[in-house]
Design a protein around this ligand. Sequence first.
Ligand code: FAD
Length: 459
Amino acid sequence: MNRYDAIIIGTGQAGPSLAERLAGSGMQVAVIERGRFGGTCVNNGCTPTKTLIASAYAAHMARRAADYGVESGAVKVDMPQVKARKDALVERSTSSLEKWLSTLPNVHVFRGQARFIGSRTVAVGAETLTAERVFIDVGGRPYVPELPGVRQVPYLTSESMMDVDFVPAHLLIVGGSYVGLEFGQMYRRFGSRVTIIEMAPRLVHREDPEVSEAIRDILAAEGIEIRLDARCLALESAPEGVRVEVDCSVGAPSVPGTHVLLAVGRAPNTDGLGLREAGIETDAHGYVKVDETLATSAQNVYALGDCNGRGAFTHTAYNDYEIVADNLLNGAHRKVSDRIPIYALFTDPPLGRLGRTEAEARQEGYDILIGRMPMTDVARARERGETQGFMKVLVDARSKQILGAAILGVGGDEVVHSLVDAMYGHLPYTVVQHGVRIHPTVSELIPTMLGELAPLKQG
Ligand SMILES: Cc1cc2nc3c(=O)[nH]c(=O)nc-3n(C[C@H](O)[C@H](O)[C@H](O)COP(=O)(O)OP(=O)(O)OC[C@H]3O[C@@H](n4cnc5c(N)ncnc54)[C@H](O)[C@@H]3O)c2cc1C
C-alpha cells in the first residue's frame, strides 16, 4: 500500500494546480491520469476549438477583405494545415503540463484508470494508493443520446472532431447550444454546408430569447441552415452519408448530410470510478454531490470541476481548486456559491454573459432596470466593420446593483469583465457609469448604456 497525504484523480483544470499547492505545503501528493494530461480543455475543448476558430476567423476576414479595401485572391482553406496548427498548440500544452507535473517535488504521477476500493483508497493498475484526502477531478465527456439509429450510423463528437483534417461537404450538427454553434460557424467558414438541428424552439435556449434570435440571425446570414423544434430525432444512412429525421413543425421532415456531429451535452466521467464502494453519492445524472465547500458525502473526499455539476467551464474548475486549496491551507471559508456565473459563447461575434438572464432576474422578484445598446452605436465596432449584435445590462432598481449582462458583439467575451468586479464588490451601477474609459473601445459604451436605464417591461 502506497500512503500519501493526498490523491488527486484527473489532471484537468483543477487537479494540477491543486497538486502544486498541496505539494508546496509539504504534502506527499499522488496524481492519477488515465488519458492525456490537461483533460478536456487542453485536448478536446477550449484550446483546440479556439485555435480552430482563429483559423475560421482568418478565412472569414479574408473573404471580407474587399469590405476593407483590401484585395485578396480566392480563399482556400488548407484543413491539414489548420489541424496541424491546432495539434501543435495542444501538443505543447499537454506535454509541458505532463513534464511539469512529473518533475514537481513531492508529486508522484501514476498513469491509468483510478478506481476507489475504499473511502480513501484507490487502485490504479497494479498499485493501491491510500491518502488522508482524495480529490476527484475526473471531468466529463460528450453525451451520446440513445437516438434511434445511433448505433448503426457513424457520428462525430466534439472529441472525434479533433481528428478531422478535411472539410465535410455537408455537416449536420445535432444540438444548437454552445458547442454546436461554435463548431457550426467554424465549419461554415472552412467551407462546409452546415445545418444545425435543435430540439428546442430556439438556439442556446438558456439565454434570453432576444439573444437567441440575434445569434440565429448572425449564423443564418453566413448561410448556416437552422432547424428548430426538431423532435423525435433519429439517424439513418443515406446515399450522401447520413440523414437526420427531425420531424420539425416546419419544412421537410428529414435532413440529409455527409457527416453528423452530436453536440447535445456532456456526461460526467464518474462511472467505473467505484464511487458507491467509497460511499460517495452522485445525483441521477452521475454528478458527484458536493456541499458549498466541494466536500462529498465521504469524509475528506472532495469533487472539483465539471464532475460536481456546479460548473461546466475551465474557469469554474480552476475556481473550485482555489476554493478547496484556500480553505484547507489558509483556513479560509470560501464557498462555491460566492461565484458569479460568467462565461462566453465563442462565436463571432462572441457572447459574453454575466450573472442573471432576464428570466432569472424576474423569477427572483427583482424590480429590473434594463440598458440596451445595438453594436451599430459603438464607434469601435463601426470602425472595425463588425457591428452585429447588441449589449444589455440588468440592474436592480432598489439596490442599484448589477444583476446581469449579455454582450453579444465584437470583444463581448472581454468587455463583459468590465462589469464583473462591480458585481463582486456589490457596487451600485453608478460607480461604473461615472468611470472614464478609453476611446475608441467597445467598453467605453458601458457607462453610456448604464446612463440610459429604463424599467423592464413585464413580458
Ligand atoms: C468543445 C468544447 C469546448 C470548450 N470550450 C471551453 C471554453 O472555451 N472555455 C471554458 O471555460 N470551457 C470550455 N469547455 C469546457 C472545459 O473544457 C471544461 O469545463 C474543463 O475542461 C473542465 O475541467 P475538469 O478539470 O473538470 O475536467 P477535464 O478537463 O475533463 O479533465 C478530467 C481529467 O480526468 C481524467 N480522468 C477521468 N476519469 C479518470 C479516472 N477514473 N482515472 C484517472 N483519470 C481520469 C481525464 O482523462 C481527464 O484528463 C469546452 C468543452 C468542450 C467539450
